[in-house]
Design a protein. Structure first.
Length: 182
């Protein structure tokens, strides 16, 4: 099997720190796009039956997850953290043996990068959706993408990842994913 081929049976989604106060530090149009693409990714992951986890970095300081993301995740129950990496034994256990982890969230060069690095250290492959990650500056985002790639992450985008997981059209999941990415 190709390392770059996503498989529903082995894939999970991790939504990293898309929090209210952190998002106010971002350029507004870029932030709006990242949140919109993350919500589309969540909707597609739900349609495909993937496990979904959401993290919040120090919510007392950075606030809760933004409403569009919170509302998109059924039974919303974020994992609070103070370490920059999201990877923990509990998180890996929650993914039920899934080896491919789709990533979206913030910030690309800090929490997303350190998470991708720690996933690789555990033998898991991060699939980083470049259109659903953000940093305060485009340069930091770009550097974060390169750092993740250097740790073995596959850089993809929301549509590429979801349609790779689908594999074909003409299914109820295809209709749901198509509607999510419009």
């Amino acid at each position: 099997m190709s390392l770059h081929r996503l498989d529903r049976a082995t894939t999970a989604l991790l939504v990293v720190d898309i929090q209210e106060r952190l998002m106010t530090a971002m350029e507004s149009a870029a932030c709006e796009r990242m949140v919109r693409r993350s919500v589309a990714l969540i909707a597609g992951a739900r349609a495909l039956g993937l496990p979904i986890a959401v993290t919040e970095q120090y919510p007392k300081g950075l606030g809760p997850t933004v409403a569009p993301v919170r509302d998109a995740v059924p039974n919303f129950s974020p994992i609070e953290k103070v370490s920059f990496s999201c990877v923990s034994d509990a998180l890996v256990a929650a993914f039920q043996g899934r080896r491919q982890i789709l990533l979206c969230g913030a910030e690309t060069h800090v929490c997303v990068f350190q998470t991708a690095r720690d996933l690789a250290a555990r033998g898991l492959t991060a699939f980083l959706c470049a259109d659903a990650v953000l940093s305060r500056t485009e340069e930091d985002r770009r550097v974060g993408l390169e750092l993740c790639r250097g740790e073995g992450a596959v850089v993809t985008c929301v549509e590429a990842a979801l349609f790779d997981l689908l594999g074909r059209a003409g299914t109820p999941e295809f209709k749901a994913v198509s509607a999510a990415v419009k």
